[in-house]
Design a protein. Structure first.
Length: 257
């Protein structure tokens, strides 16, 4: 079987972390480990995690380690991961259904596949049943990286050997480290990726990367820098144009419903 390591970075996530963990251990696929990397929570986060540490044994690991942000926390998780495949599940997100990891593992039975990604949807923090928008990896192609567009990061799974070969997440970026990883793996190294046509993760809005102020300014600035740092010719206007493309994507998805 393909062992899957899931990494969750936490910092004061007492309100949501238990639902995240529940969705992991509700998966029908059993060969998993859940690595929780806590950046020094001062709320009740640990008290929510402790019962699961007792209940799930070596299938769950808790690391308390000060870090420089979410990407360093993910890196710390990758360093202790023992799975063949590594994915990230944020501490305020949860799996949309119980068979997600079954689909991931089945896809990685093809030894030529290095990465898989799928779809995610965003919900209101206070009303998880209310879908705000749906982001599908179906419309992604490599050329869109030049516009700052990548597949949804919470749906991405990579072989651990890919990280060992090509490196971990850059901590030079506050909210675009995942985009940098996509650019390096898919553009620079051209690893083999496959799209899975399934809704993989339910994401609550309100995180730093989903706030419009962050998306419009900081995210654009960081993605522009990622492209230049990786030797890809671009411009501010080209990166800003992704909002036009994204609006077209959201309209396309609504029209299919």
């Amino acid at each position: 079987m393909t062992k899957i390591s899931l990494i969750t970075a936490t910092l004061n996530c007492a309100d949501t972390i238990e639902e995240t963990i529940k969705s992991v251990f509700a998966q029908t696929y059993s060969d998993i480990e859940h690595i929780i990397v806590d950046g020094g929570s001062t709320d009740a986060t640990l008290s929510k995690i402790e019962p699961w540490l007792q209940r799930c044994g070596d299938k769950i690991k808790y690391i308390e380690k000060s870090d420089k942000g979410v990407y360093e926390a993910i890196n710390n998780g990758i360093k202790v991961a023992t799975g063949d495949v590594v994915g990230v599940l944020h501490s305020d997100d949860f799996f949309t259904s119980a068979d997600i990891l079954e689909s991931v593992a089945r896809t990685f039975s093809d030894s030529s596949i290095d990465m898989v990604y799928g779809d995610v949807h965003f919900v209101n923090t206070d009303s998880p049943e209310r879908v705000l928008r749906y982001y599908s990896g179906a419309w992604f192609d490599r050329k869109k990286l030049r516009y700052g567009i990548a597949p949804p990061h919470p749906s991405m799974y990579c072989r651990r050997e890919v990280y060992l070969k090509y490196g971990l997440y850059s901590t030079d970026y506050k909210i675009a480290g995942d985009f940098d990883m996509f650019v390096r793996l898919l553009w620079k190294w051209e690893i083999t990726a496959r799209y899975l046509p399934i809704d993989m993760v339910t994401m609550r809005t309100g995180g730093i990367s989903t706030r419009w102020s962050s998306r419009l300014w900081r995210n654009t600035a960081e993605k522009h820098r990622v492209l230049l740092d990786n030797g890809i010719k671009t411009s501010w206007w080209q990166v800003l144009y992704r909002y036009v493309l994204l609006l077209c994507h959201y309209s396309w998805h609504r029209s299919r419903k």
